[in-house]
Design a protein around this ligand. Structure first.
Ligand SMILES: Cc1ncc(C[n+]2csc(CCOP(=O)(O)OP(=O)(O)O)c2C)c(N)n1
Ligand code: SF4
Ligand SMILES: [Mg+2]
Length: 286
């Protein structure tokens, strides 16, 4: 890792102009990512950005870091492989609500419960943007789109509840209309040793006329100042709230062994070493 202390956002820009529609929420997320990396002061060669497929998943193209634009819903398996193969790399993953919670839902749950040291930023516009506007797992009940012309009859999935109950050790939510708060949460997510989920409301003004910058401005509220992120039950209660939709840090559980640490010790370890890992995990959960 670099010793250089001062970095500017320019170092993290690939020079590729984002191809998103004017007004897309993903611009705010991209700016937040640039600022978070500059705040951390990483060399771009020490970072890899992994994504699936979707408008949001184009983000690695706009980064000067290493990048891996993999197939739809498969950001987690690829990020897992990179992280395990080279634990010196900072692994950031990006994608949309379809990528993470529809085709990639199984991978999401298992990456989360493994507690890999990965930061996953999910840009949720409650629609499939790239394929021009189909209902997604986070679209509201009754949501009208090309794929549900009479309204969605599935109830929406709650990404924060899913992440917490799957065992995420860091869960936060942000809104791309407030990129400074998002940048701060990304820094905290990177600093967290374990799997960090950062769920971002990132409107698609082209195809979703329901979940908009204006609607989120009225619906979001900061997590109460006295909330203790170590309190999982309180975090679940905040995650379960529809009015308001809480933004900020909901959960941070420290001291849980990461997948890569356990894997290393299991592989190189003798029976005593393996037993120590298992005992440490059992103590945490007993
Ligand atoms: C295996 C596979 N299935 C389906 C698709 C078509 N497809 C591409 S992107 C996408 C959904 C994109 O939605 P989301 O992940 O929410 O990203 P957004 O475009 O909204 O940012 C779908 C269904 C695909 N590329 N590959
Ligand atoms: S279609 Fe929607 S999500 Fe995709 S770039 Fe345009 S505004 Fe953004
Ligand atoms: Mg989407």
């Amino acid at each position: 890792m670099s010793d250089v202390l001062e970095h500017s956002v320019v170092e993290y820009k690939s020079g590729e102009k984002p191809t998103w529609c004017p007004g897309c929420g993903d611009f705010g997320v991209l700016n937040a990512v640039y600022n978070a990396l500059a705040a951390k002061g990483y060399n771009s060669k020490d970072v890899v950005c992994v994504s699936g497929i979707g408008c949001s998943s184009r983000l690695p193209y706009f980064m000067a870091t290493y990048g891996f634009h993999t197939i739809h819903g498969r950001a987690m398996p690829v990020a897992t492989g990179i992280r395990v193969a080279n634990p010196d790399l900072k692994v950031l993953a990006f994608g949309g609500d379809g990528d993470a919670f529809a085709i990639g839902a199984g991978h999401f749950v298992h990456a989360v419960r493994r507690n890999l040291d990965i930061t996953y930023v999910i840009m949720d516009n409650s629609i499939y943007g790239l394929t021009k506007g189909q209902t997604s797992p986070t679209s509201g009940f009754g949501f009208v789109s090309k794929s549900t012309p009479n309204g969605a009859i599935d109830r929406p999935l709650n990404p924060l509840m899913l992440a917490i109950t799957a065992g995420a050790t860091f869960v936060a939510r942000a809104y791309s209309g407030k990129p400074k708060e998002l940048a701060d949460l990304i820094v905290q997510g990177i600093d967290h040793r374990g799997f960090s989920v950062i769920h971002v409301f990132s409107p698609c003004p082209t195809f979703n006329k329901v979940n908009t910058f204006k609607s989120y401005r009225d619906e979001v509220a900061a997590v109460p100042a006295d909330h203790d992120p170590a309190n999982k039950v309180a975090a679940l209660a905040l995650a379960n709230s529809d009015e308001p939709l809480y933004t900020g840090l909901l959960l941070r559980e420290t001291g849980v062994m990461t997948f890569e640490d356990a894997l290393g010790r299991f592989h190189v370890g003798d029976e005593t070493n393996r037993r120590q890992v298992i005992d440490a995990m059992l103590r945490k959960y007993s």
